[in-house]
Design a protein around this ligand. Structure first.
Ligand code: TRP
Length: 337
């Protein structure tokens, strides 16, 4: 049975952009495939500590897992949730892969370059991040890893490491993950969903933007979120049209409306075709967002910590079994066992 694997870092509360652009599409994919594939959903908590964590990491981790469930992740015998740091094989395989990866290829990672640029000092974890990520993927023989395009380079690295490792030992120890083109096909996306900053719609919505009205957080009070939509930047063209380049603010609102209501974008666009008053559109989007948050937060509140810990217990038992078996194979070919 093939494996689909993905994870979302839990450094802070997620934004509406994270939810609509990443979490929701991943939950859909997971539900669609969990009948005939293994689906591993994990919290990369070891990846979290390369940078600052808002609040308590343990609490954030449980909250993130509740987000998955509140977003509709259906649990069955093929779906496993686990915390990375509870599966020590990740760290151990990371070291082994460190000895396979080269400084050159790892230094070329865009995320590392961005995160280290201009800093007086940069921790080694930031550099090693993609190798740990390769271990996360290869330990479970994952073929598909649904992720945003900013992570494609890391998947390519995981592929290269798997290929190099297998070649070096002339054994198929690791399953080589699908190519970027096939990942994109699997996710069914032409270009990723990027929800924009409400005040500066040229930019992506980000939790690190200081202005509160730029972003909607998943724990925002629905009425507050509605106000943020009402104060969103639009333009002076006076026509409701989907054109991310010319009218990013209005287009962003249309996209949000489609995603929070589940109505196809084309249908949203035909509903609003010919409209010239942005106020009307904003009112509708504001109420749709408020309603979506109300429902989501209601579901979230119903999930108990006990329920999450029970799922983690099963998931981590499974993950350790699969990961330890693969780690042992890698250790054996290197002569460590
Ligand atoms: N790098 C991912 C991110 O920043 C998180 C992550 C770490 C991950 N390891 C992974 C995702 C393995 C998928 C598979 O979003």
């Amino acid at each position: 049975m093939r494996t689909i694997l993905t994870g979302i870092r839990s450094n802070s509360v997620l934004t509406l952009g994270n939810y609509l652009g990443a979490l929701l599409p991943m939950v859909r994919l997971a539900n669609e495939h969990s009948g005939d594939s293994m689906v591993n959903i994990f919290v990369p908590d070891l990846h979290s500590i390369i940078s600052e964590v808002d609040g308590d990491l343990r609490e954030n981790t449980i909250r993130t897992l509740k987000y998955w469930l509140a977003a509709g992740l259906e649990m069955n015998e093929n779906v496993h949730i686990y915390r990375q740091s509870y599966v020590p094989a990740h760290s151990e395989l990371c070291w082994i892969l460190d000895c396979v990866a080269t400084m050159g290829e790892t230094s070329r990672m865009i995320q590392y370059k961005e995160k280290s640029e201009g800093k007086a000092s940069c921790n080694v974890g930031i550099f090693n991040y993609p190798i740990l990520m390769a271990a996360d993927i290869l330990l479970y023989s994952a073929e598909f890893i649904p992720l945003g395009e900013d992570q494609f380079q890391h998947i390519e690295l995981a592929r290269n490491l798997a290929i190099r490792f297998n070649h070096r030992f002339q054994q198929e120890v690791f399953v080589v993950p699908a190519s970027t083109a096939d990942q994109v096909k699997f996710m069914g996306m032409s270009d990723g969903i990027r929800i924009r900053d409400l005040l500066n719609p040229e930019k992506k919505m980000s939790k690190s933007t200081a202005a509160e009205n730029s972003k909607i957080m998943l724990d925002d009070e629905p009425a507050r979120a509605a106000k943020k939509i009402m104060s969103a930047t639009t333009d002076s063209l006076g026509r409701v049209k989907f054109d991310m380049r010319e009218q990013p603010g209005v287009s962003n609102l249309l996209l949000i409306e489609a995603l929070v209501t589940g109505v196809p974008l084309q249908d949203v666009l035909s509903t609003w075709a010919g409209e010239t008053r942005y106020g009307e559109l904003k009112k509708k989007v504001a109420s749709s967002v408020a309603e979506m948050l109300e429902v989501f937060q209601g579901k979230f509140a119903e999930i108990s910590d006990t329920e999450v810990y029970k799922l983690l217990e099963d998931g981590e038992k499974y993950a350790n079994k699969v990961a330890n078996a693969k780690l042992l194979e890698a250790q054996k070919v290197f002569g460590l066992r």
